[in-house]
Design a binder for this molecule. Structure first.
Ligand code: PHE
Length: 338
């Protein structure tokens, strides 16, 4: 008897019906209050005791099969409904608007990669710096007039703390922790209360380079910078003008020969063809002594450049404020660069 009912329910009755009403009718017919299964259950009393166990199992078995069929039918109905609703799983997705790197980071990464090729690695330091790392250890004692070269933000409640005015502080931090040979680049934000940077919220970016080893000479410095300018700008004609920084001796400003081919070249080089790109020099022996590196044994060079300035030169950007205005039309122009 059970086998017949089961066979009928599973094979003859509707299957994979597309209509929810039919499925509901099927459910009522078998599982409803007055349904076949309840009828069978009512007969339970009449079944002889020794057959009760088997009878009960058969009812359960039948109930399970019918329930499964209902579930399966419901599922096929709901998937049919969603494909009727126009869902096409083979369609391509909605295009994502990919973001892009900020031009300052693009150029910073380019510079890092150029120096990585000749063995430099990246070092880091805090933006809230103490007097020792930002000034004193860099050969600028408390009343040194050179402190006026960089108009500094002090932290009112902590007179010993400043917002670092240059990434040269990372030179000191790194040399305190490491012994030569040293070859590092230190990119990061710096802060000055200056007119040029006041327009850009008194903050701009620098990259510092430091190389300390035995027998490092000024010729090494010049050649390294020549390599750098030819890799970054495709221009290797540079000139070094004598300059002054307390932490380097001798010191120089470096100009790269940009050329005078276009009208823009005239404008950005003020008609000279030369562009100033960085400051540099041989690390002053006093600085090495301050970090317990023997200046008799070791020498080295350091350089520092402003990234904004270089980005402006490379992309002929006329106003430093565009870097922090967050105008997506400007930022999107760099979406192909990494
Ligand atoms: N720290 C200097 C500046 O901010 C740049 C510099 C770095 C010069 C390293 C020489 C050597 O102007």
């Amino acid at each position: 008897m059970f086998e017949n009912i089961k066979k009928y329910a599973l094979e003859v009755e509707i299957f994979a019906s597309s209509k929810p009403e039919e499925i509901e009718q099927f459910r009522i017919k078998y599982l409803g209050k007055k349904g076949i299964l309840n009828d069978l259950f009512a007969k339970f009393k009449e079944v002889p005791n020794e057959q009760k166990k088997e009878f009960g199992q058969q009812i359960n078995n039948l109930k399970q099969s019918v329930t499964q069929k209902i579930e399966a039918m419901k599922e096929s109905v709901s998937s049919q409904i969603s494909s009727d609703s126009g869902l096409d799983l083979t369609r391509s997705g909605i295009p994502l608007n990919l973001g892009s790197r900020h031009p300052i980071n693009v150029v910073r990464n380019k510079i890092i990669n150029i120096f990585k090729k000749i063995g430099f690695s990246v070092a880091d330091g805090p933006e809230i710096e103490d007097d020792w790392h930002n000034f004193t250890a860099l050969n600028m004692s408390e009343f040194h007039p050179a402190r006026d070269m960089q108009d500094t933000f002090f932290i009112e409640k902590h007179p010993d703390k400043v917002l670092r005015t240059h990434t040269s502080s990372v030179q000191i931090r790194y040399m305190e922790e490491h012994r030569p040979p040293i070859r590092i680049l230190a990119p990061g934000r710096v802060y000055r209360n200056e007119d040029i940077s006041a327009r850009s919220h008194c903050m701009f970016h620098q990259i510092e380079g430091l190389y300390i080893d035995t027998q490092v000479s000024f010729a090494d410095l010049k050649h390294t910078l020549q390599y750098f300018t030819s890799e970054l700008f495709g221009k290797s004609e540079i000139r070094m003008r004598p300059s002054y920084f307390p932490f380097t001796e001798p010191s120089a400003e470096v100009d790269v020969y940009w050329g005078l081919e276009t009208e823009t070249d005239y404008r950005i080089t003020k008609g000279t063809g030369w562009l100033e790109i960085l400051g540099c020099g041989m690390v002053d022996p006093n600085v090495l002594t301050n970090v317990n590196i023997d200046p008799e044994k070791y020498s080295g060079f350091a350089f520092g450049m402003g990234i904004e300035r270089i980005v402006m030169l490379m992309h002929q950007i006329g106003d430093i404020r565009v870097f922090t205005e967050n105008d997506i039309r400007m930022l999107q122009q760099f979406s192909n660069e990494f």
